[in-house]
Design a protein around this ligand. Sequence first.
Ligand code: CUA
Length: 207
Amino acid sequence: MTLIPPKEGWVWQKVATDEKGWVAVATFVCFFLFFWMIGWHSFGRQNPSNITYRASVPEYLELYNAYLENNQVGEDNGLPVVAPEPGSHVFFTARMWQWAPVVLLKKGETYTFHLYSLDLLHGFSLQPVNMNFMVYPGYDYVLRFTPTEAGEYKIFCNEFCGIGHHMMIGKIIVAANDQEYQKILQAYESEYFEDEGGEVVEQEGEE
Ligand code: CUA
């Protein structure tokens, strides 16, 4: 068909009825999807950050360091470990090429995450729940998170950020119940506070 040029004047020939029908269907789908983009904000299963603050690196680091000072309970592969109270704020930092700290949470409790990049664009991809987020430098992104499954979650950086990008993997541990939570917490604490020369730090586990 394409090898033979069409008869002259084909442009002016009438369009067949079924063809008109398909054009109408395609047009309708285009318009429907275009306007439905607004609909996804209400009906889509997405996790946008509705709260974002502008913060400079020194400003955020001040918060972050104070947070670690008051909440660090251990160390995991050189990264600080925190065990935030349910309902509390958790401060994360992304940098080339790590997500810190390691966080111990309880299943079914809600936490408020703060995500901040100290250098360039990183990604916060929480698996296996598949919560994906872009973290631009200069902003404190606030996200609410309620883990519904216990286990070890990973934070993958899903924005290319240099040679160590593929190694930029953070960790969130979700305990199934209080018992498991205390067990993990104590394992971290015993190692960590022992390292500090047996110094006794007031760090009472809740309940
Ligand atoms: Cu950070 Cu890729």
